[in-house]
Design a protein around this ligand. Structure first.
Ligand code: FE
Length: 234
């Protein structure tokens, strides 16, 4: 069974946020889809271990901020690879509160919607929340960030808690070029490509990266990277 076929299922990149009492949290979600149009309902899939899951359960409300292609990896990493249990994800992020007090991320956001949970479906590791949309608005023009663009152009990776995580994604590249993988988020530094967001030009060897360089996705330093097993081309 070829699990790579799952990468051909098109989906977008969103920040789903919620609240519990006065606390706010949000996370990257790639499974948001409209279910009906009268009333407008959407479904989202959230890992039961995530803090956002706990908050949606508590408040019965969530917002969806639709990200644009301009969203840089560190911004996506903040919401995708870090936990609200250890840091305030909304620190240094532009956002506003909905009438219900739920955060709406404004940075790199084309538009948003807010929904109240009207049904849930237990899906094992995840819960599918069905929400009726109570508010939505377009904020600015732009191209919505797709999961394909995130992977192919931005070289983004997938956390293990995501519904679309595929184990084979971490296999070694079949090339003679050394690459370096972040052991925290699985981002791969390819010296041929460099790191445009981090100001690292193409062709920069890993060893020559400055000590101040950090993983563009999750923010850890160079010491958390390991060399990928290199397969020689024949
Ligand atoms: Fe990382």
């Amino acid at each position: 069974m070829d699990t790579n076929i799952l990468h051909n299922i098109s989906c977008g990149m969103f920040i789903v946020s919620s609240k519990k009492d006065r606390f706010l949290n949000g996370q990257i979600v790639n499974t948001v889809f409209q279910v009906t149009n009268s009333p407008v309902t959407v479904a989202i899939s959230i890992n039961k271990e995530n803090l956002t899951h706990e908050y949606i359960r508590a408040s019965g409300i969530f917002t969806v901020s639709i990200l644009s292609e301009e969203a840089p990896l560190p911004f996506i990493g903040k919401f995708g690879f870090k936990s609200g249990r250890t840091e305030d994800k909304f620190k240094d992020v532009k956002y506003k509160l909905s009438a219900a007090g739920t955060p709406i991320v404004l940075d790199y956001t084309i538009g948003y919607l807010e929904a109240k949970v009207i049904n849930t479906f237990d899906c094992g590791t995840h819960t599918l929340f069905l929400g009726e949309v109570t508010d939505m608005s377009l904020l600015k023009s732009g191209k919505p960030l797709t999961y394909e663009y995130y992977h192919q152009i931005k070289k983004g990776t997938t956390p293990q808690t995501a519904p679309t995580f595929i184990k084979t994604e971490n296999s070694a590249p079949a090339s003679g070029v050394k690459k370096y993988r972040c052991t925290v988020c699985n981002y791969v530094y390819d010296p041929r490509a460099g790191d445009a967001d981090g100001g690292i030009p193409p062709g920069t060897p890993f060893e020559q990266l400055p000590d101040t360089w950090s993983c563009p996705v999750c923010g850890v330093d160079k010491s958390k990277f390991v060399e990928e097993i290199t397969v020689c081309e024949t």
